[in-house]
Design a protein. Structure first.
Lengths: 172, 172
DNA sequence: GTCTTCATGTAAGCCGTTACATGATTAA
DNA sequence: TTAATCATGTAACGGCTTACATGAAGAC
């Protein structure tokens, strides 16, 4: 079984909302999917070329004022591929949790404490960020996916909260 | 900032418990760290060579009955490097959660339901596995890290349980 | 005798990150 | 006029996975 590059689905997913340029995809992801799906800066443009060659997206040159940009629309074929991915079994990422790796090997009590403390700080920071995003999202006028996105966000927050609580109890 | 290969720390961590062969490291990881730190089969041996060249581990040929194997011990320099890693700030993995990526783009109610259902099944499966590991661990005679490892395991279980509960409530 | 486990690797190829490169437009 | 943002990429390097390879010892 081959590993299939999933960057394409992230891009196609963004394009479902309408024609978008590479730069817009990049900045949009930087404000939304980063928290659960991070793409490196340089992956978007090459992938758009590939998708164009494959007929999954359609490029078009557009001028906004004097600025030129390439916007891409998703094609029927692209929609089909996206849908097929959605329907397919969701793969698991290879687990790589450095915090747990350290915890597994640690012996010193002091060190355990430090690890928990460090983890707690980080989780609380992320929770703060999520809260801000939640407020921003709540303030936005309704759009088709608002409810699901809030749900997904609160799912993430609920998990963070239970982790934070657990860590607090351990640190005591 | 360079990405530093962390396979080395996983290996050094295993060696802290005593001299171990590549094969033993591999199978040990397959029974323990896989759940939070997965190494591909082929990474162990080359890394052991690298660590040998660097003087972090010391190889020795040992015969068990007629079977020959190379066991590796951690050196003082290796211990220092391991300790330095433990003390250093824990990096965050790049987030890559395909489940959340799908959830972010999904619009169809039926599809959302299917995603939750699929996720729930998977999380329950993992929880089952953890429970078995817990039982096995509890049955083992005390060793220096038993308490921490149980703690880490239960931390993972607690998180799984809150996720399972959340999903159940959503599916209703 | 055959299958499983022990035991140790190599090679090809994709993936992903970092750093590098370039230039236009707009806001302060 | 200077900085930030818009806009689009390329190249090098390292990491990781998959598949391939080999062979001995012990269990059944």
């Amino acid at each position: 079984m081959k590993i299939i590059n999933k960057t394409r689905y992230a891009i196609l997913g963004v394009l479902l909302a309408g024609p978008t340029s590479g730069y817009e995809i990049k900045s949009l992801m930087g404000r939304s999917t980063v928290y659960f799906w991070r793409e490196s800066d340089s992956t978007i443009y090459p992938m758009l070329k590939v998708l164009t060659r494959e007929g999954k997206v359609l490029p078009e040159t557009v001028y906004v004022g004097k600025k030129k940009k390439e916007v891409f629309s998703i094609t029927e074929s692209g929609r089909r591929e996206f849908k097929a991915w959605l329907d397919s079994p969701t793969g698991s990422e290879t687990p790589r949790n450095e915090f747990l790796l350290k915890l597994f090997f640690v012996t010193d009590r002091q060190e355990i404490f430090r690890l928990f403390r460090e983890r707690l700080d980080k989780m609380e920071g992320i929770h703060e960020e999520y809260k801000k995003i939640e407020e921003r999202l709540e303030g936005i006028a309704d759009f088709s996916q608002k409810a699901v996105r809030l749900k997904a966000l609160r799912y993430g927050m609920a998990l963070l909260e239970s982790e934070i609580q657990w860590l607090n109890e351990e640190i005591r």
